[in-house]
Design a protein around this ligand. Structure first.
Ligand code: MG
Length: 164
């Protein structure tokens, strides 16, 4: 099982068109919690502009969230004007396949962006999609996520050492 992301950036705004072009990425599958919004449902400043800029450059986007809170996921999607899938069951392939159908792109042209190894990154790797790990926006997670963080931090540390 491949636990490592292909790329790591501090937050989504650091994902620039050059990085995507270099890796032949034409579409993004975006996580919501702690990737696009924080625990209090606030966007990182400049997220809408970032999204708009990439869309203008021809990058397609789709939200894939494990959250079962439809209204929350929908409101994020509406704000960015992109399609969404909620209750996505990552890292299972099902949600990624759905997102792929929406994006109408082959897996090798899709990058999955998220803050969690065990859902976003493993799922992307299993589906042979590019994977981009971001730092979680803030540390106040729901309890199930909080349990996984120390293990993730260990893996991320290994990954960073490996890439030094
Ligand atoms: Mg997340």
């Amino acid at each position: 099982m491949n636990l490592y992301p292909k790329e790591y950036v501090k937050d989504i705004r650091k994902i620039k068109i050059e990085l995507l072009n270099k890796n032949n990425i034409k579409g993004l599958i975006l996580d919501v919690d702690n990737t696009l919004i924080d625990y209090y449902k606030n966007f990182l400043e400049g997220t809408e502009q970032w999204c708009e800029d990439l869309k203008k450059q021809g990058i397609k986007m789709c939200i894939l969230s494990n959250s079962n809170k439809k209204e929350k996921v929908q409101s994020v999607a509406q704000k960015l004007d992109i399609p969404y899938i909620f209750f996505g069951t990552k890292p299972l392939k099902r949600g990624f396949k759905k997102a792929k159908t929406i994006l109408q792109l082959p897996s090798e042209n899709i990058a999955v962006v998220g803050d969690q190894i065990f859902t976003d990154i493993i799922g992307a790797n299993r589906c042979k999609m590019f994977s981009i790990l971001v730092d979680p926006i803030n540390q106040k997670d729901i309890w199930i996520t909080r349990l996984k963080r120390p293990i993730e931090e260990y893996i991320i540390k290994q990954y960073k050492n490996k890439n030094k």
